[in-house]
Ligand binder design. Sequence first.
Ligand code: GN1
Ligand code: MG
Length: 366
Amino acid sequence: MFCIFVQNKLAMYENNLLFSIAARFLDTAQIASIEPLGNGLINDTFKIMVQGCKQPKYVLQHINDKVFTDVEMLQRNIETVTDHIRRKYEAAGLPDIDRRVLHFLKADTGKTYVKVGEEYWRVMDFIADSVTQEAVTPQSAYDAGLSFGDFESLLADVKEPIGEIIPNFHNIEFRLKQLDEAIAADPVGRMKDREVQDYVKKIKDLANEMYLGEQLYREGKLPKRICHCDTKVNNMLFDKDGNVLCIIDLDTIMPSFIFSDFGDFLRSAANTGAEDDPDLGNIHFNMAIYDAFLKGYLEGTKSFLTPVERENLPYAACLFPYMQAVRFFADYINGDTYYKTRYPEHNMVRTRAQWRLFEEARKALK
Ligand code: GN1
Ligand code: MG
């Protein structure tokens, strides 16, 4: 049995259950074990080990359908995108395509997910000989810029509709409205804390500055494109030599401003501390990483990026720590109902850390 922290509770996954779900996708006779994998804040992920193989063969994932309420759309989006990229790679004669784009297995239902009881599950191939990194160097930041730029340009001509899987996901006006609702409801009494009140004020004082993207969009000056929308460093797989292999965690692919992919990558990559660093002294905005990522991203997107998008990339790098602070903070006030937390104050610690990163980015990019 495995225990995984979900919303302060231990989620228990019986081995038998995991095996029986895997059996819907593949022949379980080959399975040696199923064990927890990774540190996502939303879904629960497991690696499937098979006999005679040191590295995992498949990844089994429990889909959080409180967050992704339309699982059919979720998987359709992912299949559309992965099929599209695969076809392009094949046409270009690229080698080793199975390690460059994710592949989801079909279950006995013919779909790439199953519903077991009230829960949704899926299985994908594990990308062989790949590693994740929590930190980047200027060289890998440059490569990541190229890769995410490439990723967006590969998706520029997708014909099938890509649904907005989480409506208003990166809309800061909407996120601030959610914060206001949390403040008004104050369901667990966290608003009486002086520090919490101070953060409300700090966040609101700078809100106008952060509305820029939505304003430009309303004025018809900023397009939405198909973006990844969760470009954290640990959502890229690298090969043993540190080259970018494959972009993973495709759940949030949806139409958005390119600011999402640019800003969210730097939110993790340019942070010299951890996303939830309790020591704010560790948190600075690393300009060498910013410059390298920018260079790669501009190269990767040169076929389509407009001047308005290009000029506002520094804004995007500030917007994302700001927005993440707002989201962690609202969840804290709501009593930790969205993000997995490991201890009671976790979302507040994350809020402080993201706010500090925002201040540091704003100072560095002024
Ligand atoms: C969530 O689960 P994970 O780590 O891929 C969140 C992102 C946040 C991130 C913060 C659907 O992503 O938007 O930036 O946590 N995903 C969703 O680490 O809300
Ligand atoms: Mg994600």
